[in-house]
Design a protein around this ligand. Sequence first.
Ligand code: ATP
Length: 192
Amino acid sequence: MKLVSMALSGFKSFARPTKLFFADGITAIIGPNGGGKSNIVDAIRWVFGEQSMKQLRAEEKYDVIFAGSSKIPAATSAYVELSFENEDEKLVVSRLLTSDGKNQYMLNGEVVRLKDIHEKFMGTGIGKEFYSIAGQGQIERIVNASPEELRLLLEEAAGTAFYRERKKESLARLEIVNNNLARVQDILYELD
Ligand code: ATP
């Protein structure tokens, strides 16, 4: 799965609609300090539902909306769209946040839950906390990771993370069913 383009509008320093295209091979983004290079990486994390304000280098949720400058008034929404491609599939995933509180995720033009996006990308290594985004200090974190943390990374790389999540959900449902069954047995016992 490859990120082929990215559109931003009203996200952090990207006040005006901006589109970036990523060609095959390596793309290097260069620019002056404070020019918005890291904001591009923040935008990818944000679309995948990053909740940590520290990771997004913000104080609160609405800080990602362009705050205004001497020339451009503040934006009322932040929008980021990512286009991915692999051999047989194109995926367009986006997120919109408005200053009046609307927060919407979309997958190929349809409004979806964040969970649907995570499931779709599970096993691809793409996501807010997986290895496709290696932020500053992350390599050090991997080197110092506990065996449990390393296992999670390996599961994601091997594409088995999806099944682990499904197993977790199924076990939770099974527990509910078992509890209900116990209750039914109690009632039957009382009726006897
Ligand atoms: P460096 O090379 O120093 O790491 P950089 O190119 O990575 O810099 P970023 O950290 O991406 O730069 O961008 C920081 C800039 O983004 C700052 O000028 C900051 O004012 C601006 N910025 C962040 N959030 C907003 C916002 N909500 N509205 C307007 N500007 C913002």
